[in-house]
Ligand binder design. Sequence first.
Ligand SMILES: NC(=O)c1ccc[n+]([C@@H]2O[C@H](COP(=O)([O-])OP(=O)(O)OC[C@H]3O[C@@H](n4cnc5c(N)ncnc54)[C@H](OP(=O)(O)O)[C@@H]3O)[C@@H](O)[C@H]2O)c1
Length: 302
Amino acid sequence: MSAFPKIFVAGATGLLGGQIVKALLDRGAPVRALVRPGADEEKKRSLTALGSDRLELVEGDITDPAERLAEAVGDATTVISAVQGGPDVIVDGQANLLRAAEKAGARRFIPSDFAFDLTKLDDGDNFMIDWRRQAAAARAGSPLDVISVLNGAFYEVMTGFMGLIDWEQGTLSHWGDPDQPLDLTSVADTAAYTAAVALDPAATGTLRFAGEVMSMRQFHDAVQRGSGRTLELRHLGTSDDLRAEIARQAAVAQNPFDYVALQYQWCMVSGKAKFDRLDNERYPDVTPVSMTDFVRATSPAH
Ligand SMILES: NC(=O)c1ccc[n+]([C@@H]2O[C@H](COP(=O)([O-])OP(=O)(O)OC[C@H]3O[C@@H](n4cnc5c(N)ncnc54)[C@H](OP(=O)(O)O)[C@@H]3O)[C@@H](O)[C@H]2O)c1
């Protein structure tokens, strides 16, 4: 029998969820991972390849009737959600998962927040973050202890999805003050902190972590050092200019996902969603990778 309580993970086949499952198993916890019926076989194999007899896969969807979903949660005491999707998943689905967790008798719920400080933002700043804040409002009154884990931006997002680096052109383009501090964490380190929180009986409230707090200028230095490439640092405009660019794109976009990367960037470079303090010291056994080492290991320049 494990010394740890069982942890339920929804979104286990995802980028972050898979790493959370691994981090929980590495710490010795038993894990029950939710896998959607018809989930990608390759993604399922990456879970079973973890080769742990403490890992149980259960089929289900967070939009299933709460009674059925409660059976999937079973005897887990903590439910972690690492799902991604639209309001049907983030607002309604997570509310349903919370109800299922309550029915199953779980005690704690970690929602799929994993962002910069969403408590400091206003509606309209970022439509995907709005859904997370709506989900938080819908949890008011739940008997479960809700713990929100915040990590700033993934290193992977800064070097990828955000579209800052153009390896072919040899440029790193950014908006806003190049000296504005930004909170950044790798996916693996976010997962390690989440596992530490889930297994810490004293954890409560909103906890904020960062692998590194660095400005765009320092990010540029780290990317150059890690990749061995020289990149021209291009300034695209102020954070107010970025806000105006988002409004311009929003007025003509067919799909809001066309400009959501810019909304994420604005929340960071404006400083509005910056963490006021970090909780890293709660878990000194988590030693986050530096941006330089991360880029050294992952950049296509090698
Ligand atoms: N801070 C940052 O820079 C940053 C960047 C990216 C993501 N995030 C956050 O991290 C969290 C996870 O994102 P991710 O990138 O890991 O997402 P992802 O790779 O797209 O994975 C999403 C997971 O959710 C599952 N899922 C979706 N709808 C579901 C449903 N109805 N029922 C059950 N499972 C469902 C997916 O299952 P299938 O495999 O079956 O589709 C998958 O396992 C999100 O909160 C996201 O906003 C943060």
